[in-house]
Each structure stands twice: as structure tokens, then as C-alpha cells.
Ligand binder design. Structure first.
Ligand code: ADP
Ligand code: MG
Length: 681
């Protein structure tokens, strides 16, 4: 037996590394299996070029647990190693690269945990002793056993071993007993090895018999050695893609579309991305894109590699060119990674554009589900916006879809206002805003449905993109004022009547939310009373709700407009009723106010131009007295109008009807409305 000392500068670097990498001990298995795969692939290659003439045979890699001996063994039938190779690759290279690694990263180990390539050496994170039993494929090579307990000392001896290949035997340390559990190893194999290119066997297949789980004679193979992304797109059909999706995410609904990535220049990248059917909620995204390097699972945090808006997609990306042993922030600034990211973004938009062009019906059918991805992309990625502009769709309340250009053409004639702005009218809720949508349609306007999660932001974004255009929610104003065209019609109410009615309406309006009463000269077929909320106020509130930093607006109470149609017969009748029932009283008050006002005006006129100190106290007192009298009389007038409002069922009924069509009439008020309506019938 030979004994030797590995030439490393630091004595016992093992305990240090072990501590450093505490949270990620499990990757040792991935590393050992990757090495076994590499060795197997090398033998396959040698055989195919005629440099190895032996029988390849069954190349399955075996993982075995021995609980009694506390060992975990990974056996391959790959190229194996000769004595000098062990000395070179294990003693020198593997060890020195470990030392290197430690030297280089000792300050920022946290950042790289999980994404490094410590290789063979990582087995010492979990084992107190590691043995290698190996026999090279080269003729006449002797089988040898290398053994090391984690100190830089090792032993090397000849052994009996017939088969070509390598067994790596880990004697697990006491603090790593978890890796003696079959389920733990199974879990790790499924996580890291599911798609490796050489079959990996671990234990036996199990089946249920007489209510018990029993082992069968068949080997349990962990992996699918030929996952779909490694095949050529031409060799796959839709069923294959869907099947692979189910293999990745067994619990999910079928995806909407898939995109096969296949690049070998200027970088190597394969993969399949899927547009999943999202349940309209970002948070429930547990399934993520998985990142592989030559079929070895690396991570499912793909930030940086995939454009942010596409991290919602599902599927796999495989690239040996993505540097994995670096920190995330480095990854994001790495130029080849940036290229990969923009390539993926382009591929995705190309594919969407293809489907849009070649199968518009299918595209439209899936639009409602796709929309969130595309809007997200258009909001966050300028390049993607430019590409998606051609195929992004707008949907109207009738369920028809239009491209931006088509829609613009369609509404141009009817929805351009007097300042030459194109007005896009939209609804966020077809049911709740029904009466407004109806009024707009009757006027020949088209109404878009914008009820998606991102639509508030998307509308703002489109307004910055579309020239001379404006979006208004269908209930942000009465229909005549949504798109201002020419001056409005005449009013059948005088200014005085409007003033009186304003008080009448205010006397019956609820205290909350806040209402402003205004009068509009609409057509007599429009609603008598309408409730609107200004586009500006509502958007500010929406944005502060969505975390847009508009806290101030978010805290403001809701305020609405009560718009009264000055030309509606009911309103004119109401004005008449008011005159009939309160006209005389009001007239009397007015008659009283008039002379007081006149004397006040005279006094003020006489004092005009005089400085404050030149006015006599008597005069000042007199003006104050007159003002007080006017105020009292005005108050009386107001009380009279309020009494009229409160006694008049029609006013309340009109307001309630307007509230009702905005879904704002609830609870007790609603019950009272129903009762009153019955009485009126
Ligand atoms: P890497 O795999 O990145 O080269 P490792 O530390 O994992 O680094 O392995 C070091 C070297 O040891 C490998 O390059 C290979 O030459 C050799 N080696 C490790 N495991 C095996 C194996 N199972 N069969 C043959 N050679 C192996
Ligand atoms: Mg390796």
C-alpha cells in the first residue's frame, strides 16, 4: 500500500469549507453523479471513435445505501482512472481547485452557495472518509483503491475489480446521517438528476400489494434520459410537448403555448418554455423555470438569465454557458447572460407573432390568459413593447379583439374630440358599469374592457405611447362629456332654478361619499341624474392602491359627481313642483332680501376707494348688520328648499336610481328604495 500526502498549502481546509457551505451540503450528490455521467459519456465517445473496443454493456449508474456500514456509494461504468490519473485528477487538481476556491471566495461565500462547482471535493462536506475504487478502460490497467479521511493524507493500493468504471464510497459523517435515509436520497436524485442522459438506478421499483408497499424485482430508474428539450423541434409534436409539461408539473393544467429554444451560436442554449394558464394571481406561482447545465439541474431561480417578465413562464433552460459559480449580481451584469436574456425575449415575441399571424383565431381564444404576460412584458421591456405592438390585442365589451392599429382606425371617426384627441373609452367592469356602457354604445362609441390586473398601469403606459390619445373610463363623465365635440345644447332651466335644485338635491344626498352637484345640458332622452367619478381622481386612487407611491390620493375620501340633466322632463317637472310648493315662500324671502341687498350695495359703493381706517365704525357696523340679515334670509331660503327636497319622494328616488346603477345603493338604503318604489307604483 502506498501512503502519501496531498500537496495543499492549507492543512485541513475541509472543516472550513464544510462550515462555509453548511446550508448546501446536499449538492455533493449532484457533483458525484455529474462526474459519473461525465465518465460514462467519455467512454461512449471513445467507443464510438474506436478507441475503446470492449463491450459497453449496461451503463446504468447505481446509487446504493448501506445503513449498517453507513455508506453511500455511486458506481459508474465509465472510463475509470489509472493510478497516475487518480494522482493527477484527484490528488492534485480536485484538491488544488478546492483550495483555490476557498482562497478566492472566502469573503463572499454566501453569494455563491449552491452555484459553484466544487466537484468531487464536495463529498467531504458529508463524509468522514471517501474511497475511490476504480479501473480504467485502458488495457492492462490495474484496479486501485484510493482512500482519504479528509486530512491531506491518503492511501493508494491495488485491489480486485473486474468491471471498468468507478465506485465512489462515502462513509458518512455523524452529522450527515440524513443522507442515509432512502427518502432523502430519492428526493435529491429527483431534484438534481431527473433528466440526466445516463440511467440512474436507486433501489427497486415499489408496488402496492395487499395494502402494503413492497419492492419488486425491477430497478428503480430515477431519470428520463432523453427529455424533450434535448430533441430537435422537428422530431416533436404537440402531444410530446404537453407530455413533457406534465412530467415537469404534474399538477398543472395544460399550458397555452410552448416555445422551443435551440441556439448554438454565439452561445449554447436549449430549452422549452411554456405559457402556463395562470389563475390570475402572481403569488401562487410556485412552479418556476428550471435551469440546467447539460441536463444537470442547477437552480430554479432564473432571475437575470430570463427577462423578468418571463420568469412567470414555466419550463426548462439548459445552457452550459451560463456561469454558475458566480453571484447573482454578477450574473445580471455578465454580457453573455444579457445576450441570452434578450435572445429569449426575442424568441418569445417571434413565437407569439407567428401564432398571431398564422392562427389569429387560436391567438384570440387564448388572449385572455396570455394578456397578463404580454402586458407585463410591454410594461417592463421596451424592446418587447416594440415587437408586441403588432400583436397585442384590445378587447371590447362585445368580446371582439383588435390590434392597436385596427382599433385606432375603427374609432377614429366617431371618437375624436374637438381638440383632435382620440378618446379610448374603457370599462373595468361590464356588469357594474352597464348603464354607462349602454349609453356610450347608443351614442355609437366603442367601449374597451380593461379588467386585468395590470390594466391600470397598462393604460397609463399606452397613453405615453399613443399620440394625441386619451383613455377615459366609461363612467368618468356623462356620455355627452366623455368626448367633447361641439358646444352643448341649451338648458331648459334658468340659472336660478339650477341653484335651487342644487340645494334640493344636496339635502337628500348621503353624507358619505362626498358628492358635488352639477348641471349638464344633455338630451332629454339621457338619464335625468347620473353619478360619475372623475378619471383623474379615480386613477390616482387606483395607483395608490396598487402601490404607485400616491399615498396622498389614497387617503382622500371618495368623491363623486351627481350630474343633473337640465333638459330631462322629470327634472323640469321637479323644478315646476318646487315652484308650486315653495315658490311663494321663496318669493317672499327674495323680496325681503332685495332691499337689504340694495342698501348694502349703496353703502359699499359710497365707501368704495376709501381706506379701512377712513370708514366710520357706524358704517362698518351697518354693513355687518346687513350681511347678517342677508345670511339669515338665505338660510331660511335654504331650509325651505331642503324641506321641499326631503318631502319630495321624486328627488330621493332619482338619486337612489343613480346610486343603484353604480352599485352604490346597499343595505338599508336599498330596502327603503324598494319600499318607496312599490309605493310609487
Ligand atoms: P470536474 O468534474 O469539474 O473536472 P471534479 O472535482 O468533479 O472536477 O473531478 C475531478 C476529476 O476527477 C474529473 O475531471 C475526472 O477526471 C476525475 N473523476 C472524478 N470522478 C470520476 C469518475 N467517476 N470516473 C472517472 N473520473 C472521475
Ligand atoms: Mg465534476
Amino acid at each position: 500500500m502506498q501512503k502519501g500526502k496531498i500537496d495543499v498549502k492549507t492543512e485541513n481546509i475541509f472543516p472550513i469549507i464544510k462550515k462555509f457551505l453548511y446550508s448546501d451540503h446536499e449538492i455533493f450528490l449532484r457533483e458525484l453523479i455529474s462526474n459519473a455521467i461525465d465518465a460514462t459519456q467519455k467512454l461512449r465517445t471513445l467507443s464510438s471513435v474506436g478507441e475503446y473496443n470492449g463491450e459497453l454493456g449496461d451503463l446504468t449508474i447505481h446509487v446504493n445505501l448501506d445503513k449498517k456500514k453507513k455508506t453511500l456509494t455511486v458506481s459508474d461504468r465509465g472510463v475509470g482512472m489509472t493510478e497516475s490519473e487518480v494522482k493527477k485528477y484527484i490528488n492534485q487538481i480536485a484538491f488544488s481547485s478546492a483550495e483555490d476556491f476557498l482562497e478566492r471566495y472566502k469573503d463572499k461565500v454566501d453569494a455563491i452557495i449552491g452555484h459553484f462547482g466544487l466537484g468531487f471535493y464536495s463529498s467531504f462536506m458529508v463524509a468522514e472518509k471517501v474511497e475511490i475504487q476504480t479501473r480504467s478502460y485502458q488495457e492492462d490497467s490495474k484496479a486501485i483503491k484510493w482512500s482519504c479521511d479528509g486530512s491531506p493524507r491518503y492511501t493508494l493500493e491495488e485491489i480486485e475489480k473486474d468491471a471498468v468504471g468507478t465506485d465512489i464510497i462515502l462513509h458518512l459523517a455523524d452529522d450527515s446521517k440524513e443522507f442515509l435515509e432512502e427518502n432523502r436520497i430519492l428526493e435529491l436524485l429527483k431534484k438534481y438528476c431527473k433528466f440526466l442522459p445516463v440511467p440512474i438506478a436507486f433501489g427497486k421499483e415499489k408496488e402496492w400489494k395487499d395494502g402494503k408497499e413492497v419492492e419488486t424485482g425491477k430497478l428503480r430508474i430515477i431519470n428520463n434520459t432523453e427529455p424533450a428539450w434535448t430533441k430537435k423541434p422537428g422530431d416533436l409534436n404537440q402531444e410530446d410537448y404537453d407530455k413533457f409539461y406534465r412530467e415537469l408539473y404534474p399538477m398543472n393544467e395544460d399550458p397555452l403555448f410552448n416555445i422551443h429554444l435551440n441556439v448554438d451560436y454565439p452561445f449554447n442554449l436549449t430549452g422549452i418554455l411554456y405559457f402556463p394558464k395562470l389563475k390570475n394571481n402572481f403569488e401562487i406561482q410556485k412552479n418556476k423555470i428550471q435551469l440546467y447545465a447539460n441536463q444537470v439541474f442547477v437552480t430554479d431561480s432564473v432571475e437575470g438569465v430570463v427577462p423578468e417578465f418571463l420568469t412567470l413562464l414555466h419550463g426548462v433552460i439548459d445552457s452550459p454557458d451560463i456561469p454558475l459559480n458566480v453571484s447573482r449580481s454578477y450574473l445580471q451584469s455578465d454580457s453573455s447572460v444579457k445576450k441570452i436574456s434578450s435572445h429569449i425575449s426575442k424568441k418569445v415575441s417571434d413565437r407569439l407573432n407567428d401564432i398571431f399571424k398564422n392562427n389569429r383565431v387560436e391567438f384570440e381564444n387564448k388572449w385572455d390568459d396570455l394578456k397578463i404576460f404580454i402586458e407585463y412584458g410591454m410594461l417592463s421591456d421596451e424592446k418587447f413593447y416594440e415587437r408586441a405592438e403588432k400583436f397585442a390585442l384590445l378587447k371590447n365589451t362585445e368580446g371582439k379583439y383588435f390590434t392597436f392599429e385596427e382599433y385606432q382606425k375603427m374609432i377614429k371617426e366617431n371618437q375624436t374630440d374637438k381638440h383632435d384627441n382620440l378618446v379610448y373609452i374603457y370599462s373595468t367592469d361590464k356588469e357594474k358599469q352597464y348603464s354607462f356602457i349602454d349609453a356610450a354604445s347608443k351614442k355609437g362609441y366603442d367601449v374597451l374592457i380593461m379588467d386585468g390586473q395590470l390594466d391600470t398601469h397598462f393604460i397609463n403606459h399606452l397613453e405615453t405611447k399613443f399620440k394625441n390619445s386619451r383613455f377615459v373610463r366609461v363612467d368618468s363623465d356623462v356620455v355627452d362629456k366623455l368626448i367633447l365635440k361641439e358646444e352643448n345644447a341649451d338648458s331648459k332651466l334658468t340659472a336660478g332654478q339650477q341653484n335651487d335644485l342644487s340645494t334640493v338635491f344636496r339635502s337628500v344626498l348621503p353624507e358619505k361619499p362626498i358628492f358635488t352637484v352639477s348641471f349638464e345640458n344633455m338630451s332629454e332622452t339621457d338619464n335625468p341624474v347620473t353619478i360619475t367619478q372623475s378619471e383623474f381622481m379615480r386613477r390616482m386612487k387606483d395607483m395608490s392602491g396598487a402601490g404607485g407611491g400616491m399615498g396622498f390620493y389614497g387617503e382622500m375620501p371618495d368623491s363623486f359627481n351627481l350630474v343633473v340633466n337640465t333638459n330631462h322632463p322629470i327634472i323640469i317637472k321637479l323644478a315646476d313642483d318646487k315652484d308650486k310648493s315653495a315658490g311663494k315662500d321663496l318669493e317672499k324671502i327674495r323680496e325681503k332680501i332685495q332691499p337689504i341687498k340694495t342698501s348694502k350695495d349703496e353703502l359699499e359703493a359710497a365707501n368704495k376707494g376709501k381706506k379701512e381706517e377712513d370708514q366710520s365704525q357706524e358704517e362698518k357696523d351697518r354693513i355687518a348688520d346687513l350681511n347678517k340679515k342677508i345670511e339669515d334670509l338665505e338660510k331660511k331660503k335654504e331650509e325651505r328648499l331642503q324641506k321641499f327636497g326631503k318631502d319630495n319622494k321624486l328627488v330621493k328616488q332619482l338619486i337612489d336610481l343613480a346610486l343603484l346603477s353604480n352599485n352604490m345603493l346597499k343595505g338599508e338604503d336599498l330596502a327603503r328604495f324598494v319600499k318607496r318604489s312599490i309605493e310609487l307604483i
